[in-house]
Write a new protein. Sequence first.
Lengths: 124, 134
Amino acid sequence: MAYYRPPAKYRWHAGFVAWLLHRITGLLLILYLFLHEWLISSLQSKSSFDSAMAVVSSPLFKLLEIGLWAVVIYHAVNGIRVVFVNFFHAAERSNYNINVWVFWIIAAILFVIGAIPMAKGLFY
Amino acid sequence: MATAIRGFIDRYNGSGKTGAFNWFFQRISGVILLVLIVGHFYIEHFYAPGTIPTYNVVAGRLASLGWKLFDLTFVIFALWHGINGIFEFIDDYVHSNGWRLFLRALFWFVGILYLVLALLTILPFSVPQGGING
């Protein structure tokens, strides 16, 4: 099977890292969606639902929930960057790398804003 | 010349094989999902921090048509966006025609299965006896 093999090596500039993380977080999110919907749909009775919710309200799962928030917010904010790259000239030679960093900082700020109430939930 | 152009049009116009619609709708669904995920995270994770979402609360919410529509819209867009993302992976990394066909068929099947599962899970909820706080 003949297919295109890029001749150049990958270079670890910001845009490449952003793209790689977008792929990884995207894969994590669709796998999480499959798991999430399967679990929720299997909890049809009050007793099974409430006992499962007691398990996922443990500190370990609260930490994983903060991790999920990080994955979601990265994929969401970088996805907006992709739309800006595609439609609003955010990938010009003069602005590309700085744009990546701007969106990373926006993602970091939104992550912290969401993670604070979630982290408080750890200590209830 | 004319037949060459005609062949080109037949091959790429309206055949759905260029992937142009999938590419474009991946952006559109992504922006729509951004709005939906904010609502989902707010109501499920931030609205009442520290409290456990009980069956009665969730079932009471899902008894309303508005939340049924919200959750179904969310799950349909998320499944389409996620599985189209998997198709992008297949296009990029799977180079054998047999495996491509197998994996595409598999995730079409998984997608339809999960869509049916979502409908079966979300649609039957009505207000339980004793009210939503009972």
